[in-house]
Design a binder for this molecule. Sequence first.
Ligand code: PLP
Length: 378
Amino acid sequence: MRRIPAAPVVVPEDDRRGILQAIDAVLESGQLTLGSHGEAFEADFARLVGVRHAVAVNSGTSALEIALRALGAEGREVVVPTNTFFATPAAVLHAGGRVRFADVDPRTLMLDLSQLEDALTPETAGVIVVHIGGMIAPAVEAISELCRARGLWLLEDAAHAHGSTYQSQQAGSFGVAGSFSFYPTKVMTSGEGGMIVTDDRRLYEEALIYRDQGKAGFHANVHTRLGYNWRMSELHAILGASQLRRLPEFIEARRRVAQAYDKALAKSTWFEPLVEPVGARSNYYKYVVLLRQPTDRAALKRDLRERFGVGLAGEVYELPCHRQPIFEGVSDRPLSEAEGVCASHVCLPISARMTPEDAAYVAESIESAMKQLVGAAS
Ligand SMILES: Cc1ncc(COP(=O)(O)O)c(C=O)c1O
């Protein structure tokens, strides 16, 4: 039986050799953190996004919290789409802000413009958009415009969207700042890690301070902010920089798989792939498929794994954040579009290692598994 893992880590053998050599040199040098590898990774990443500054940190979660602290979220409201990973609203709380959840557009899974307008109050300081699955929705331009007009800041949680573009503009460059994650399942990884990107010199300088225990300078033991140890080690930076060099190739490979899925599922009775909007170029961190009828996802996943060797990736997301116990009572409005899409989609396996033939096999397998599931239920 073929085995198609949901989201394997891809570090080509040639790269592994280079990475190990660089790590060896770093171990010899003794400079294990905040060194030249981190700086080079930051410079390369800023170049990719097309912004002036990038700050490497130890996770996507810390990238969000640092950006929020530097933007002054403390004591203010921040609008967050409910359809996101827990880390997005949690970072608002950790930065001392208050979360105001808003609903999403089910066609793109991104914050809906009119829902966002309804969610704004005099207490709102800023807005976070999340490019779910690597897809940038066209609404990002109108949202950015709305924020400018209302004097609000826009932060992009681009944890999923390394190298994704809309009208050739890179994820992370639409708002005043962007944050990325390099967690192992992501399109590129540094093991653990994250990056803050911005054109704003003040935000950049604040991020450097927050990253290193709120210290005014590397050698000074004067703490001017409530920072933390959010530093990225040189070992992680070496892996991250190596993966960044592979990013265009990884995205191409993922897009070939996505095209094969589009083709194979075009006439499906049960599955409706999320459509890439005109002008958007997704990195296909996730290949999202909407379920046309209520489906027992756990049973579908089990059958795919056991009979076909196919692993489905995690949903985006299984439960909207306002339904998580920790956020109970936070939302005073129904957020029904997000609830609907969260309950009715799956994410097919996708990686730079998969081939279009693998994708055709997955599509056949899921059609067959669904047929059996529907047959068993009727
Ligand atoms: C949308 C989103 N934001 C933030 C994060 C947090 O990133 P990390 O796991 O690197 O802390 C993730 C991670 O999976 C994510 O998916």
